[in-house]
Design a protein around this ligand. Structure first.
Ligand SMILES: [Mg+2]
Length: 229
């Protein structure tokens, strides 16, 4: 058995800035931060990490209770942003086909490994037309603010929730940033990377990806990389 764990933003879907707008609005409402640090990169970071860093950069309190309050409000605002008339959350090419292809196999669990808080991940998936319950295991930014801690969370859930005791290259992490590529090193996971976010195929190979693709449209190639011995 294998577990194939997908990142969300930049990998499966694109919310066209809704996530960033909701974080900015929540920082303004909860902490009065009008202009969060310019040029701050959201990709590869967990939601609690983003809030902590932006609050600290603005000279505001950034402890766990503050981060929780900002993220609670963020989820409400995210739903509003995703539901705005004319707003579109888009799945990247090949995502639907790849998920279906993996689900048809009897030898793999499809899951999530994302910096999103779980409620935010659910909202984004639904906005993109994917049922969150098809992901049978998940590790989220709400489990730990450090992405590198999330693979161990996923392993624990595979074991406790699905009775699946696996590790090493049986765990395949699919993501769009160097942080996705490196986060599974501690458990010996295999990283597959996709350049639909803001990093190129060569950036992602340099970061150590086992394989990197321009997008996930070539289902057979992605599946072959995931299942290669
Ligand atoms: Mg991403």
């Amino acid at each position: 058995m294998k577990a194939v764990l997908f990142d969300l933003d930049g990998t499966l879907l694109w919310t066209d800035g809704a996530g960033r707008r909701a974080i900015h609005r929540s920082l303004l409402e909860v902490l009065g931060i009008e202009h969060p640090a310019r040029g701050f990169r959201f990709d590869g970071r967990t939601d609690p990490e983003i809030v902590r860093l932006l609050a600290a950069a603005a000279g505001q309190p950034s402890g766990p209770a503050v981060v929780d309050a900002v993220l609670r409000r963020y989820v409400v605002l995210l739903e509003e942003e995703l539901g705005r008339p004319g707003h579109r959350t888009t799945l990247y090419p090949g995502v639907r086909e790849l998920l279906e292809s993996l689900e048809r196999r009897g030898d793999c669990i499809v899951g999530l490994l994302t910096g999103n808080v779980v409620a935010g991940a659910d909202l984004k998936l639904r906005a993109a037309g994917l049922d969150p319950t098809r992901f049978r295991v998940g590790a989220f930014g709400s489990d730990d603010p450090e992405r590198a801690a999330l693979p161990a969370v996923a392993l624990r859930r595979l074991r406790e929730g699905l009775g699946l005791d696996i590790g090493g290259a049986a765990v395949v992490i699919v993501g769009d940033t160097p942080s996705d590529v490196t986060c599974g090193r501690g458990i010996g996971a295999r990283a597959l990377a996709v350049a639909t976010g803001s990093f190129s195929v060569s950036d992602l190979v340099t970061a150590g990806a086992y394989a990197a693709f321009p997008d996930l449209a070539d289902t057979a190639a992605v599946v072959a990389a995931a299942f290669a011995p």
